[in-house]
Design a protein around this ligand. Sequence first.
Ligand SMILES: C[S@@+](CC[C@H](N)C(=O)[O-])C[C@H]1O[C@@H](n2cnc3c(N)ncnc32)[C@H](O)[C@@H]1O
Length: 288
Amino acid sequence: MIEKIISEASGEVEPNKTPIAIPLKAPCPSESEKKAILFETTIVERRPKSGVTSKIAINPFIINWYSNKNITLKRGIKLSNKIIIAGIGPGSVDYISPAALQAIKSAKVLVGSKRALSYFAAEDQKSCPITGDILAAVCFIRDELVANDVVVMVSGDPGYYSMLDTLRREFSLNQLEVIPSISAMQLAFARLALPWHHATLLSFHGRRPNDEDLKFAEGKILGMLTDGEYNSHTIPEILSSNGWSGESKLTICARLSYEDERIIETSLSNATKHEVFKHCILIVQSLQ
Ligand SMILES: C[S@@+](CC[C@H](N)C(=O)[O-])C[C@H]1O[C@@H](n2cnc3c(N)ncnc32)[C@H](O)[C@@H]1O
């Protein structure tokens, strides 16, 4: 089908393809699998002489191969279409960068969380929600790239724990464009009027940092992303077992930028006296 679109749009005769093998059944092989298969694959670029039997790769490989060649086809179909990864800030539209907002508004195809789509997607934009099934979103992006740029919205800043890692693994780097916005981590430090250039920034979101990074040191400042398991009650315990005193200053920054934003100043030993916050930023400072 994609070969047909390419052939129609470019005016080139579709190569006479006789597949000798279909390399993989998976619709969206990873970058390393594609490279392995391309190594074994000859793609006939234009008008093969009659009688030539060409080996072909399945669609994603052909798209990838064409997009690397930066070929622009007739009728406006460009196979060098981009995936634009736009940060949307921590929540309120006040903290999204104008460049990211512009890219989102002018997108023909939008990918993002259900919450982001319900806020930003317009009726004339084709959209795909990012759910637990990340590969489904990757497949959607791959299909849509044939005809359009795809804008992927991620929370905060794309460079800080976002889907950018997955997209770097699945697509060529020359297909990716990143538009930064404000990270929840930046906003948390801003709320405390505290510089973050000397802070140790760690993520407990779906992972646990190594103990070396968590260890207490005089003057150390920690900024931490959290999740359901590693939250405002469990992280203080982990820090105590890494040498932090119970009197160390803890600031819980929850729902940053929303109307119900909460900034709670407490100490590690008093953390459990407050309700548990699962998705927040924790900032811990040793007493000087
Ligand atoms: C997967 S990380 C995404 C970080 C994002 N790329 C950024 O730059 O802010 C998700 C975590 O960020 C933090 N977070 C995101 N938005 C937040 C907000 N509005 N208020 C407080 N913490 C937030 C929470 O720790 C949450 O579990």
